[in-house]
Design a protein around this ligand. Structure first.
Ligand SMILES: [Zn+2]
Length: 331
């Protein structure tokens, strides 16, 4: 007898990161069926990223003999115009602006929901991650950029344009006058994000009066990438230790400010800098308490790992938050 392939109902989840574009097909049970990761396009027009998602999405759908696409969820670097589902003035992609909701809805002909990447991640934590059973959750990413997604009293915060939680632009240092990718001064992200670390290390190196170490030389050339910094730090390099000491305080102050503002029960931290350096994170978590006024929440690395945004985006597609449905109609 001929075996008839069953229709597999799927959602397409997309994580538009500063560095990587991750696209995956999920079944409705929240399992990843197929996934592909490519570099995020940094040149082209408003539709280049949507076209790349379309190409990969179709390829993944082609791997299942009878797939039915139900909806699409996108978590993207911001800032957003959430009503239009497009990115405006992104500091961490030279394209600056790109459209997602309109072209993806048109190309795939299904409902498409677009949120900030950390909003997707906090939604994932809330439904299937560390936030399950809690009403007040913050997800923070320490990555190429710094951002957060926030749930207060079971309510997902979005804001008038979908940027209620751009915590990377909290002012941490009013003295150093480091200009952020967004144009502002002294922002958390302009010191401690992956893209800011080489620049911050260069500024510090120019005033360094200590040992002429390998990390110092690399920093002075503007070449001290985060992975170099942390490996020099582990080897006891005095310049690297001094920079990391600063970063511990800057991140502790940033996380504490978020706790002071939102009063969460759980703070989950993800992003490549956090996930690759749990020893560094442990020291940050230890220092947060000194800056906090509210009762301390549980502080943890995300159990969802590298896929936190992707998993969140799948749940945004399957169970779109009511707060989002008010802003993004799909009729
Ligand atoms: Zn900024």
């Amino acid at each position: 007898m001929l075996e008839v392939a069953k229709v597999v109902e799927t959602v397409l989840a997309v994580d538009v990161g500063a560095t990587n574009l991750r696209v995956a097909l999920f079944d409705l049970g929240g399992n990843i069926l197929h996934k592909e990761v490519v570099r995020t396009p940094t040149a082209g027009d408003d539709y280049t990223i949507a076209r790349e998602i379309y190409r990969i999405g179709n390829k993944l759908l082609g791997r299942i003999s009878k797939a039915r696409l139900m909806s699409i969820g996108v978590g993207t670097i911001g800032p957003l115009d959430i009503r239009k589902g497009e990115v405006i003035n992104a500091p961490n992609n030279p394209l600056r602006r790109f459209k997602l909701k309109e072209p993806l809805t048109r190309m795939f002909n299904v409902s498409t929901y677009v949120v900030n990447d950390c909003v997707a991640a906090v939604w994932g934590e809330y439904l299937v991650g560390i936030g399950r059973g809690y009403s007040n959750i913050v997800y923070i990413t320490l990555s190429t950029g710094i951002g957060a997604g926030v749930i207060v009293d079971n309510h997902l915060l979005l804001g008038k344009n979908g940027n209620a939680h751009e915590v990377g632009h909290i002012v941490i240092d009013f003295k150093r006058r480091i200009r952020c990718g967004c144009g502002g001064l002294g922002h958390w992200e302009s010191i401690a994000s992956g893209s800011a670390i080489p620049r911050y290390a260069l500024l510090r190196a120019r005033k360094w009066r200590g040992e002429n170490t390998d990390a110092f030389k690399k920093a002075l050339a503007g070449l001290l990438r985060p992975e170099d910094l942390f490996s020099f730090w582990r080897n006891g390099d005095t310049f690297a230790r001094s920079i990391v000491r600063d970063l511990i305080e800057v991140n502790a102050a940033g996380i504490a400010s978020v706790i002071n503002v939102y009063d969460p029960e759980v703070v989950s931290v993800g992003g490549s800098i956090a996930l690759k350096n749990p020893d560094f994170m442990k020291l940050i978590f230890k220092n947060v308490r000194r800056y906090v006024t509210n009762r301390m929440p549980k502080l943890t690395l995300t159990p969802l790992g590298d896929d936190a945004v992707l998993i969140g985006a799948a749940y945004i597609a399957m169970r779109p938050p009511k707060e989002l449905l008010k802003l993004q109609c799909n009729s």
